[in-house]
Design a protein. Sequence first.
Length: 505
Amino acid sequence: MKIGGLHNGVVGTFGLLIVIIGGLGWFNLLEANRVNREFHQITDLQWHKTHLAMTALERSSLNSRLTMELFFQTNQDVIRRQLQQREANSQQITGLLEQLNQLAETPGEQQELAGIAAARQPYVKSYLHALDLLLKQSQPEAARAMMMQETLPKLEAYHQAWSHFLASQDRQIDAISQQMAVDYAADRQRNLALLGAGVSLAVVIALLALRHLHREDRRTAEYTRLLEGARAELESRVAARTTELSQANLELQTALVTARDMARQAELASQAKSQFLANMSHEIRTPMNAIMGMAYLMSESKQGPEHREMTRTIIDSSEHLLAIINGLFDLSKMEASELVLEPSPFELGALVREVQQFLQPQARAKGLVLELQLPEVFPGGLVGDALRLRQILINLLGNGIKFTKQGCVRLEVQCLAQTETNARLQFTVSDTGIGIDPVIQPKLFSAFMQADESTTRPYGGTGLGLVLCKRLVALMKGSIHLTSQPGRGTRVWFEIDFPRTLGKI
């Protein structure tokens, strides 16, 4: 009975060892999940504030462009629409500032938001004064001079205040991440110490039990010594199994920690990349808008033919660079799942003809024919994001013009099916250009990929156009396809369902 009791004590000791190790491992897992939840709760708020600030800065940049265009318009209808659009953007900016003030957590954030509001007031006041000179006092030259000498510097100060706020948010996120990493490391060290203490305690108990067992074995008879060999073998097997389980458990813990760290690093790297692209796009677009504004002003001044050509080159290059920046910004917003469609009623025929009119000079400059074919049974007014649809068509037609030396580029719109509430349209862009090798075609809808690296030199481009088209079509719940033959041209088409409007737009 005594030997059986000691044997049960040894087995119980090893069972206790397994329970302690498993319990501490589970506690470690729960603690890691808690730290991860706290990290996400804190960073989600910071990312939300950063997104609000970036949206406000984007609206402000759009207002800057509208302001520059406004002072060179003579059409009163266009001026009125631009003023309405600018007022709507200003109201959105005011709303975003109010949200940020409600979310501000520190006196530093409140002070930075107050600085943004303080920088905005003189800029708005200067803009309204210049607008009064232009519209009410009919002094366009004085209005433009005031824009250049007073309003633009104040606009730059206003945008700089936004940039300071965004930089401050980035620093806060970095500080939070570092602190959470320190806390996580401290918790991990504590749990490892508890695990070591538990294992040590269980081992000490096991050693004491074995020592007592050997002392009792020496007091038994020959029969007991015979049983001792069998008991020792059993204990050896139990110890080996316990060691295997302990090793397996430790390896599992290590694998879980490694996998969690890798997932967190991958997520942070993706967020940092998207944030970097978005920040760089904002940082570049602000001075780029100023450069384009200055170039437009220079183009309206008295210049010789040579200087006028130089000014035209500056404007064209700036517009091209701004298009690339906008593409990067759209791509980063898509990767961060922040790009949201803005559906509104639009007239399909007007939109398509506007795209044709926009690209006609490029086609004519290369001696190409830009053809347009609309459906015989026209669906009338539609509801959708006209801006993004226009972006898709310009990208596809622009590619066709870029890679076609002679012949034509054609846009065909077909109404595949329609009901009283919906219309399914197919847009097809075809050209007689250089074509694409079938081996390379599957890669074309990947970011920064082109049909051939050699095409970058003669034709230019970043390889973002088709991937943006594919993702925008997917956002509209449509599908896009491509067929091509080298030397015979390329055909790209996509299909989208649009709700229909009742009556005229």
